[in-house]
Write a protein that binds this ligand. Structure first.
Ligand code: ADP
Ligand code: MG
Length: 266
């Protein structure tokens, strides 16, 4: 059964898409079966995966409106993960869903049909706490929160954490914070170090050990339609995402072992 992870933060430009795409590629390179769901109408994760967002094929919109299944809409990418493409049609899907019954559960219901086919399903969320993001948080087991270590980073986090709390109460009681990921980190920047220290103080071991550095190769890769793993695998950015994939795999194993030990004790 796949673990479903929503990459979310309502702040734009914090590294959600970069993380979703490059983590998908790094996990796939570690022989994990990965599905990346592009739930942002901007379709950035789709393009960064080397897939045109203008192709006339079923996409995430059709899946949310139950006009296609995930299996019909997915495409294989060069970096060996599957992609459920997204584009501007998702905005129309969101509007149409507003009136639907159990409108927050659509993605969960659709993904349930393929969870047996994957180890990890990553969802790249749009930069707002809208119905699309609620669908992602309802479907997910965990939320991965990219945080850019700058002055207003913590401010936005509280409303995201409130939303996660509300989703837990109303829609998805077992939703966990998978971790906070420091992105675009620059060691020469004192403010970054300060914010990083504050994050650790507030959130303890929810702050992931892996840190994604600011790296120009990461910013260049999307315009070539390639995850960093294909574009420049020896770059600092590529190495950082390989490290993140390793950390996620280790955490999952530790959790599974802890779960098994708890079962054995009862
Ligand atoms: P979001 O999906 O949260 O809006 P993106 O992943 O699209 O954020 O990142 C915003 C911009 O910053 C993009 O142009 C991206 O290429 C760039 N970027 C993201 N992460 C890094 C990084 N670690 N180093 C340099 N540039 C980055
Ligand atoms: Mg994005």
């Amino acid at each position: 059964m796949a673990r479903i992870i929503a990459v979310a933060n309502q702040k734009g430009g914090v590294g959600k898409t970069t993380t979703a795409v490059n983590l998908a590629a790094a996990l796939a390179a570690a022989k994990r079966k990965v599905l990346l769901v592009d739930l942002d109408p901007q379709g950035n994760a789709t393009m960064a995966s080397g897939i045109s967002k203008r192709d006339h094929r079923p996409n995430g919109c059709d899946v949310l409106l139950e006009e296609a299944t995930v299996a019909e809409a997915i495409v294989a990418t060069d970096a060996h993960y599957d992609l459920l493409p997204g584009n501007g049609d998702l905005t129309a899907a969101e509007l149409k869903l507003m009136d639907a019954l159990a409108r927050e559960h659509r993605l969960k219901e659709q993904l349930a049909k393929v969870t047996g086919d994957y180890d990890t399903i990553l969802i790249d969320c749009p930069p707002s706490l809208n119905l699309l993001t609620l669908n992602a948080l309802t479907a997910a087991n965990g939320v991965l929160i990219p945080v850019q270590c700058e002055y207003f980073a913590l401010e936005g986090l509280s409303s995201l954490l409130e939303t996660i709390k509300a989703v837990r109460q109303r829609l998805n009681p077992t939703l966990e914070v998978e971790g906070l990921l420091r992105t675009m980190y620059d060691v020469r920047n004192n403010l970054g170090n300060e914010v990083s220290a504050q994050l650790t103080q507030h959130f303890g071991d929810k702050v992931l050990r892996s840190i994604i550095p600011r790296n120009v190769r990461l910013a260049e890769a999307p315009s070539h339609g390639q995850p960093i793993h294909l574009y420049d695998r020896s770059s600092r950015g590529a190495i950082a995402y390989v490290g993140l994939a390793g950390e996620m795999i280790r955490r999952e194993r530790n959790q599974a072992a802890a779960g098994a030990a708890a079962d054995a004790a009862t």
